[in-house]
Ligand binder design. Structure first.
Ligand code: ADP
Ligand code: ZN
Ligand code: ZN
Length: 741
């Protein structure tokens, strides 16, 4: 029972539960008040959860008898520094996602479980009774225990690692001393592994090539902006020297005693890139990506949090990594869709959050790309971002020649038009290498019965099963369903025929056309990990392989100096999509893949196969390049008031019945009423409505005014969440969605 005189201190705690609120807990008797950002262990229902204290208050809306005390305060020093806590709060507000889940998605699992945020080590010391026992000679017959106790007294206290070094077989003796109460041990923060918030500037020569005038100008412009917030677009093709600019900017940041955060798309974070940063900057680096084990992630996070790492480089969730004294944020390949989190419930753009973070840290952001997103280009046009352009470096060959190959006007065999086959022949004869890009893995996207017309369908998706010939399987690329390849039609018993092309079939066909020419294929079926990718890429770099066939995986990284011909096998998938961003994606892909050609001293050639050579997108891209395309596309977006000329949010829902998700979204729409300045579109079934046995629908919200959209979302989501129908569906909000399908 609490006395009325002194008000109780209440900690308001964020917990990893899908509820849009904080939870109030009482401070236990005699417990020091935890600081915001510290973790606490609290009772929650029948469980105990680790949460983060967001704020302290003197009163609660809950009646006293329902308030439970905090079970344990885990941190004396906040595990989330104020700047990160602030960023997470901002993200929770803007993306309308529960703060507890935002924090949970940003903290390593070990920390969510209560592990220490700093490296600990164990200290051993003798106890009073231990000293007495030794002086009484009680340990005469147990030599190892005596030796250990003598050591503890001599070095009181001693680190476990030092102990182990002095007395190799110390463990049994230590256990015995502990049991008898003659020694104790405790975990303490490892001060040596902590770095002061500011360390001395890094030494070392700026080893690296002499910058081109454009590179030097970029480095100077960004360098002059250090210490304040501003945004730069570093626009240059792959190989134009963007990374060189990043390295020089980071050098300046480190020299000021500050740190750098570098965000890259998953596919761009190669061991080569990390090695280049390590070699050129000679400063400790922490790497964060999705393939780390929990232990590795904790280690990297701790190094970042303690400031030991001077550079943190990682994929999208690294935008939430702790970086004391942040001096610059670099977002490489800023247009890349993988910088947007689109799985799970918490959808965020790491690029956009990088800007928010940099603004608070008063640091510049550098967005790098060969094919900037239309949003970013519009921000350049409106003067909000400053564009720094890197032309091709001299010594590099001229831009590759792009040409279209009309699939209707030419003979096509196994997906390869005759002029394409001839071009491959020509380039191989001239000792060049060839890249064939096709964004579809497997052997063929369809298995067809030529007698009755049966097509192998996925049972659980509105999709066909893909033929994987070599492994003899039929697979669904949407839900993962996997079956043996049938020999005959299950409906009529007649023979079956694979229709269409995947990378596996293209590889097979090229093998028939060019026997004896080494070919490597790169897609998710053959490349399982980074090592596989490395091996494949190396075989191209070394010249061992002459033809590279692959999916999106081959569009980035690695310098293929001898790649003289690039083929884009199927451009048409991107031409007629319901997604307003499909054209932008296609143009980016073509330019990125084309960038692989002619990077050495030889001019490159790029051939794009299409059944629609007169399509305006392809025509503009060919005639005016990516920038010309972007101008046209932005004008179209403006006319249709799509982003960046409007703001979008989408509520996606799925249910086990066809009607379930639509009903829920219809009710949600009704709850929104007729909001000012926000248009509601739908609900409509998704383009592929049935996926993995669930029926998907979406409700789109569009507004010319970000604030109006945000105002609506706030109260509305709580009311949707309270709908009875909400319990029968899975649903999530996506603010600034990057794909609508
Ligand atoms: P990007 O990041 O734009 O793809 P990089 O910075 O990786 O480009 O540069 C591509 C290659 O060119 C690298 O091998 C790099 O060392 C080299 N390079 C970059 N700038 C220069 C320069 N000014 N002089 C000579 N070589 C350079
Ligand atoms: Zn049949
Ligand atoms: Zn499926």
């Amino acid at each position: 029972m609490s006395m009325a005189t002194a008000p109780d201190v209440i900690a308001r705690v964020a917990l990893d539960v899908p509820l849009r609120r904080l939870f109030d807990y009482l401070l236990g008797q005699g417990t020091a008040a935890p600081v915001p950002g510290a973790r606490v262990r609290v009772p929650f229902g029948r469980r105990r959860l680790v949460g983060v204290v967001m704020e302290l208050a003197t009163g609660s809306t809950l009646p006293d008898e329902r308030l439970k005390p905090i079970a344990e305060v885990l941190d004396a020093v906040p595990v989330l520094a104020a700047d990160l806590l602030d960023l997470m709060r901002w993200a929770s507000d803007y993306y309308h996602h529960p703060i507890g889940e935002v924090i949970a998605s940003a903290l390593p699992k070990a920390l969510r479980g209560g592990a220490s945020p700093v490296v600990l080590h164990t200290l051993w010391r003798p106890t009073g009774p231990g000293r007495e026992a030794l002086s009484r000679g009680e340990l005469a017959r147990t030599r190892s225990q005596r030796a250990l106790l003598e050591l503890l007294i001599r070095h009181d206290p001693i680190r476990q690692s030092a102990l182990a070094a002095l007395l190799p077989n110390w463990r049994p003796a230590a256990a015995a001393l502990l049991k008898r109460g003659w020694a104790v041990h405790e975990s303490v923060p490892d001060v040596e592994s902590a770095a002061p918030a500011r360390t001395l500037p890094v030494p070392g020569p700026p080893a690296g090539p002499d910058l081109t005038p454009e590179q030097a100008q970029a480095v100077n412009a960004i360098g002059a902006a250090l210490g304040g917030f501003s945004t730069f677009l570093l626009h240059g093709l792959t190989g134009s020297g963007k990374t060189e600019v990043y390295l020089q900017v980071i050098r300046q940041v480190l020299a000021q005693g500050r740190r750098a955060l570098v965000l890259v798309p998953e596919i761009g974070l190669t061991p080569q890139l990390v090695r280049r940063f390590e070699q050129r900057l000679d400063a400790p680096l922490a790497v964060l990506h999705s393939a780390l084990s929990d232990g590795e992630r904790l280690t990297a996070w701790r190094a970042a949090a303690a400031g030991r790492a001077r550079i943190v480089i990682g994929t999208r969730s690294a935008v939430f990594a702790p970086v004391p004294d942040l001096g610059v944020i670099i977002v490489d390949e800023e247009h890349d869709p993988s910088l947007k989190q689109h799985e799970g419930g918490f959808h965020y753009s790491a690029r956009d959050l990088a800007l928010v973070r940099a603004q608070r840290a008063q640091a510049p952001v550098v967005l790098g790309s060969a094919t900037p997103s239309l949003e970013t280009l519009q921000n350049v046009a409106s003067g909000r971002y400053r564009r720094l352009y890197l032309p091709r470096r001299s010594g590099q060959a001229v831009a590759p020649r792009l040409a279209l190959v009309d699939l209707r006007a030419n003979a096509v065999s196994a997906g390869l038009a005759t002029p394409v086959v001839q071009a491959i022949e020509r380039h191989l004869a001239a000792e060049g290498q060839v890249l064939v890009f096709l964004n579809r893995r497997g052997y063929a996207p369809t298995l067809l019965c030529t007698a009755c017309g049966w097509v192998a369908p996925c049972r659980d998706c509105d999709a066909r099963l893909t033929v994987h010939q070599r492994s003899g399987r039929l697979r669904c690329h949407h839900c993962g369903a996997d079956f043996p390849l049938p020999k005959t039609c299950p409906q009529c018993g007649f023979a079956l025929r694979p229709v269409g092309q995947g990378t596996e079939r293209v590889e097979e066909r090229l093998g028939e056309l060019f026997p004896g020419t080494p070919i490597v294929r790169v897609d998710r079926d053959v490349v399982r990990g980074r090592d596989d990718l490395d091996t494949a890429m190396h075989s191209i770099e070394s010249g061992a392989a002459r033809i590279l066939v692959g999916t999106q995986m081959i569009t980035k990284g690695h310098d293929f100096r001898n790649m003289t011909l690039v083929i884009v096998l199927n451009a048409d998938q991107g031409l007629f999509s319901s997604d307003f961003r499909a054209a932008e994606r296609l143009a980016q892909t073509i330019v990125q893949v084309a960038g692989r050609a002619g990077r050495g001293s030889r001019a490159g050639e790029v051939l794009i196969q299409t059944a629609y050579p007169e399509h305006p997108l392809l025509q503009t891209l060919l005639a005016e390049g990516y920038e010309g395309f972007a101008r046209t596309a932005l004008a179209e977006r403006e006319a249709a008031s799509w982003p960046p000329f409007s703001r979008l949010a989408v509520v996606r829902a799925s249910a086990t019945s066809a009607a379930g998700a639509l009903e829920f979204l219809t009710e949600a729409r009704r709850l929104a009423g007729s909001p000012r300045a926000v248009r509601l579109l739908g609900p409509v079934p998704a383009a592929m409505a049935r996926r993995a046995g669930r029926f998907h629908s979406q409700l789109l919200l569009e507004s010319p005014d970000r604030a109006a959209l945000q105002r609506l979302l706030g109260g509305w989501l709580e009311r949707i969440a309270a709908l009875p129908a909400a319990r029968r569906v899975r649903w999530a909000l996506d603010v600034d969605p990057i794909d609508l399908f």
